[in-house]
Design a protein around this ligand. Structure first.
Ligand code: ZN
Length: 305
């Protein structure tokens, strides 16, 4: 029998850069994650050297091809802009105007891909998860905050800066819902009305403690269906992936699907939407790992010419 040994998989470094921790991993995909380390997000001067040290130690064992970072924003993503690769105007103290991609590229001497955490998660879902084979879809996470990533015609959408789906304005009937909204910038934008934080503030109890029949959920489904309808009309996505802590309530998806169809009122004629609604609006598949796998997917992308 001849040897069928395959060449070793190319290895990548993935980073999920969050407000409280940097999750760093090395591997080639979801079934090949070889090392993972969580480092606290303190200051750039403390966190970034720790990140570099982790990847240097990994690279000493087996070389890495590239690093990818899915990061909290806002980020400079215009290759022609002076702040390309930077975390820009974040409210997180100490992290404004930090050259994140540049610092890691110089320290590790590797190509570095950077995008928003939600665009990164969208890319991972495209490569390994619930959006395989599609070229235009939206990934939305509804947790403490709300964020969305968009792939449009096979590319992550940047444009002016990058999508800020969580801050889209949606109709707010103050008679039905007098809660003023929780967003420090806009009060009653989508995130201000429908994030986990808003839900807990409105009802005086965290979402997971509210039973499925609680009116909180009907209102929540209403706001998320409005967002879904806007996304369908604005972007013509082939699929919507709604995840995050709030979507762990199993009754939410069916409620949002039903109201989405009501809101669109037959105007958008597509069997994928009308006949396969369960597939059209579904949960992401990579779960908790979408973030760090998003970093790996960005690294894969960065390693390609
Ligand atoms: Zn807002």
């Amino acid at each position: 029998m001849t040897s069928s040994a395959r060449p070793p998989a190319r290895l990548f470094g993935g980073i999920e850069a969050g407000g409280t921790k940097f999750v760093c991993a090395v591997g080639s995909g979801p079934h090949d994650l070889r090392a993972c380390r969580e480092l606290p997000t303190t200051t750039p001067a403390a966190t970034l050297p720790a990140v570099v040290e982790f990847f240097q130690a990994q690279a000493a064992q087996a070389p890495l091809s590239a690093i990818g970072i899915g990061c909290f924003g806002p980020l400079g993503l215009d290759p022609a802009g002076p702040d390309f690769g930077f975390i820009t105007s974040t409210p997180k103290p100490g992290w404004q105007n930090v050259d994140l991609a540049g610092a890691l590229a110089r320290a590790l001497n590797l190509p570095v891909g950077l995008d928003t955490d939600v665009n990164a998660a969208a890319l991972a879902e495209h490569r390994w998860g619930a959006a395989q084979g599609l070229d235009t879809f939206v990934y939305l996470t509804v947790g403490t905050g709300i964020g969305g990533g968009v792939m449009c015609a096979g590319r992550l959408l940047h444009g002016l800066v990058h999508p800020e789906i969580g801050h889209m304005r949606i109709p707010h009937d103050l008679a039905a819902d007098p809660f003023p909204g929780a967003c420090p910038y806009h009060r009653d934008c989508l995130e201000g009305l429908a994030s986990g934080l808003a839900l807990a503030a409105r009802w005086g109890a965290p979402g997971p403690t509210l039973p499925p029949a609680h009116p909180a959920w009907r209102l929540e489904a209403h706001y998320l269906a409005l967002a879904a309808a806007n996304l369908v009309c604005a972007l013509s996505p082939q699929r919507l992936l709604f995840g995050g802590g709030v979507m762990r309530q199993a009754h939410m998806l069916p409620a949002i699907r039903a109201e989405l169809l009501d809101l669109l009122h037959g105007y958008v004629q597509s069997p994928a939407l009308l006949e396969r609604t369960d597939e059209f609006l579904q949960l992401p598949r990579l779960g908790e790992r979408a973030g760090v796998l998003g970093g790996l997917a960005l690294a894969l992308q960065a390693s390609q010419p």
